[in-house]
Design a binder for this molecule. Sequence first.
Ligand SMILES: Cc1cc2nc3c(=O)[nH]c(=O)nc-3n(C[C@H](O)[C@H](O)[C@H](O)COP(=O)(O)OP(=O)(O)OC[C@H]3O[C@@H](n4cnc5c(N)ncnc54)[C@H](O)[C@@H]3O)c2cc1C
Length: 422
Amino acid sequence: MATSGLPGHIDPFATGIWDASRNCGDKRLQAFLPNAGRHYAEERNYDLGPGDRSNVSTLSPWIRHRLVTEAEVVRAVLDIHSYRSAEKFIQEVLWRTYWKGWLELRPAVWDDYRMAVDRWHRELAGDDVLRNRFCKATEGQTGIDCFDAWAAELVEHGYLHNHARMWFASIWIFTLKLPWELGADFFLRFLLDGDPASNTLSWRWVAGIQTPGKTYLARPDNIAKFTVGRWKTTDQLATEAAPVAGLAPPQPIALPSPARLDPSLSTGLLVTDEDCHPESLDIPRNIIRSVTGLVCRRDRSPLAAGELPMAFANSAVTDAVDRAGAWFDCPSIALPEGDAASALMDWVRGHGLRQVVTAYAPVGPTQQRLRQLEIRLAAAGISMVFVQRPWDRVFWPHAVRGFFPFKDRIQGLLGELSLLGS
Ligand SMILES: Cc1cc2nc3c(=O)[nH]c(=O)nc-3n(C[C@H](O)[C@H](O)[C@H](O)COP(=O)(O)OP(=O)(O)OC[C@H]3O[C@@H](n4cnc5c(N)ncnc54)[C@H](O)[C@@H]3O)c2cc1C
């Protein structure tokens, strides 16, 4: 069993540690590295509570915003561990990649989810009984102690252990009988690492839609064991989990083809909260004339996003824009969230730009917003170029079936990316 005080242990809730900078993400990665081998494989499933996260990395808010990239996490891990001993941790990092690739191949699943969230919020407005049950769940007043504590922890810290996310989603769906889409929306509003692909598809998985017919049932003995006896629920939880109806996995569509930058054009760099490490994108250093940033967190839900995730996303983009200004040796300015399209046009005109380059944003609200901006820019004769990372280009095409066939390819594909000797 894991205990705190391990080498490299940081209490993530100590002052200022959820700092949305690359520097903080990197320090956290370095501190966690010694634990990324066998220790992680054996202990990661224990939810020791918000005061002790020594058995997991808590890197997800940084990786999700690509303040720290998946490639550098894996490279750093393989610098001190063999693939074999760090295999479990590497596979977990690749779950995010798999989910992103899976959704990229089936964007209709995101559209369907977002429409359902809007529909359920309209329903809540006119249905007192449903609204009351929903409010009790999100305010942590259901009388199921563990669930209520996780609801409060989510809002207060913006983080839940993976196992707690699974139990929470299962209780939400099968015990409280609330619509899964509203639970996913609650997570997306409050998680620091809230991510369209990982979140939506994990909720679908718990509900028995993602892997049709296979649901996840939270069991009292499992909760007691993996919370080291902190929570005892005995007979409060559903004992059956019948699959929920939902959109079956559609056939995969074609993935985007690589874009080409025209180095002869006056070019601006747009940083979004989907990718906050522009220095490692494949963009020549001498072509960028100006850098700005865009945060699309508010587009994720019809309800307001939590303060912590908003602050995290804003700081992440600010940190990235500042670093990019220094890296590309050009002016950097913050873009206000309000009418982003008008502000972006002002920025483009003000710097005489003919081309805007940005990291390819995966399926979700940022991609949607960028597509709208692309149309507006095109109308003014300015092109928008989406640069894709080799990591996504190599892994995403393999997210065609379940995780297990994908997992079998990880080692070979890391070799293709020169992250692992063949
Ligand atoms: C219902 C539900 C909703 C979830 N919603 C999100 C979400 O919105 N955003 C999000 O980033 N993750 C989500 N997850 C996945 C997972 O819970 C978190 O990524 C993980 O708990 C992050 O904590 P960590 O950094 O300490 O993970 P570690 O155990 O230290 O894992 C290392 C890294 O691997 C990745 N990872 C680990 N487990 C998963 C997983 N199951 N799926 C995808 N990536 C994983 C993360 O990048 C993580 O930082 C969800 C899981 C469930 C069951």
